[in-house]
Design a protein around this ligand. Sequence first.
Ligand SMILES: [Zn+2]
Length: 651
Amino acid sequence: MSTVEDVKNQIDIVDVVSENVKLRRTGKNYIGFCPFHANTHTPSFVVFPDSGTWRCFGQCSEGGDVFSYVMKRDGCDFQTALELLAKKAGVELTPYTRDEAPREEKKRLYDLMEEAVNYFHNNLTQHPAGKAALTFLTEKRGLKPETIEKFRLGYALSSWDGLMQHLMGKGYTRQELIDTGVVSEQRDDKGEVVPNGRIYDRFRNRVMIPINDSRGNPVAFGARILDPNDSPKFLNSPQTVLFDKGKTLFALNDARSAIREKDQVVLVEGYMDVIVLHQEGFANTVCPMGTALTDFQAKQLTRQTKHIVLALDGDAAGYHAAVKDIDIIREATASEMPGDSQALLRQENRLNVDIRIVTIPEGLDPDEVVLENPDLWREIIDNAKPIVIHMMETLAKGRDLSDAKTKSEIAAKVMPLIREVPNAIERETYRQQLARFLEIDESLLTYGGSLANAGNGVKRAFPAKPRLKTSAGSMVFDPKDSFYNKENEILRCLYRYYENPGSLAAIDRTLRRFRLEAMSPADFNQTALHEIASVYFRALDQDEELDTKEFVEKHMPESVKEVFLTLKNKKPDNPSETQELDEEILRSLAFMRQEKCEYDKSELQALLEGSDPKSEEMRNFEEMLDRTIERRRRLDILIDTINTIDFKDGK
Ligand SMILES: [Zn+2]
């Protein structure tokens, strides 16, 4: 992934726009007054979190991604916007020509961690002092010797300097030990680190579980107590240059192929659960680092599958607190504690995934369940319920559902969750299910939130919106990736084109014939790709004597070089036969424009629903909607005929 993509993935465009525009949610998107033109009557500025883009449907009539937003807002260039957002995202911008030194330093830290893993593993398997730990793992926790080998489990001796001496003996420095978090530094009364103070082994008399990054390199440890009097029960490595707990999922590297194969990932709460589940053949299991799932981790997973099952311990305190205090949590939308159903739903909406929840029988851990009866575990996972249903059932457990107060209370807690469901059909189905479940009339359940509002809450705050239609032949799950990939693919094809620049004219001729505008940088909404496209089109127009390829290389801005090089070095999915390349570009372009039309259409319809019928903006929106529908119609005809066009003739 390039740095630009990395930044884009970590930044929520809604957050950035909210810095200076007051946004209101409408279904999946957000609406506000456009900050780039004067208007006070009708909001016409829309932010699409799914595609990571914005659009002004008013006077400006333009849009783009988060980079172009910042460029326009701050009047800066792409490089400056990239720097600003990278800082916000915590992504380090490395100049394209990388310095080799930091990489070499980092490699030593990876080697150090590898050495530490081996040291602990030898303690467990060879050292007499590791015997108790080994017995605990094999007899108490049911681990097979090959599992201990596979996960390279280890044991930290009851010593203050065992690992330290070992690593220093191998030539590692004090600073390197500190940097990898394998030692702790002496602290004073106030808890401040004493400069050049004593250092000592962080982990003592514990079972050591190596935590690997997504490529399988050990970057940290999870350490579990052996002596029940010790605390804390689990101790993790601190954040280091190698280890970011918000970006790490335990066993992801080992689980990857199983996740893809089963098209499902199961998230549990503990490392030991993951290890035992892998041992028993449920290798599509991972766990976060003792914290709630972050956006980054969710994205890591959704790149492999869209089906996520959360297996929560029956006694998970955080979850029960969430069920009890859901009203409070709803207010504190910023916090994403485990089991915060609304936060989960928001995550689900944003990522377009199917999240389901299972509760493990009270008092049992997943590893105990699977060791006792693997079929039971399979059954539990197969019975995972969508969040809304799960909440409904959990809230009703042990309650008297004939009591009016109970009904009202459950409705008040579940309706806000249902309101967050992006798909109108799904949303209505849940509403009906809840009505049946509570044995009340459906009309009493409004999106306003509670039964008490039934009288005045009839006007829906969240109008049902047409679902984004996916373009024929391409299954679109994540529009953000989809637009990016389509724009990317077109550019990759275009780059091949420079050997035969004349044929671009054939594409434009065809577009004109269908009364569609010629291809231009405006087709590229992703700022980095827009910048690259601008250079391409300038190259085709240039009067200089340079050949087009040379021109492109020479004029490519530094800030997008990394993206450009990846693009250039990756062959298009299709072969380079000119005829097919034409067709491929035209087809991708048509599908992409079609999809963008659908986006505009659904949003314009929503804007029309919320506008004053006599206002000038209203007429604008109507005209724009008509134009969009007409444009969409022409694109449909183009796509229908695309196979029959002979590009060589341009007819
Ligand atoms: Zn505007």
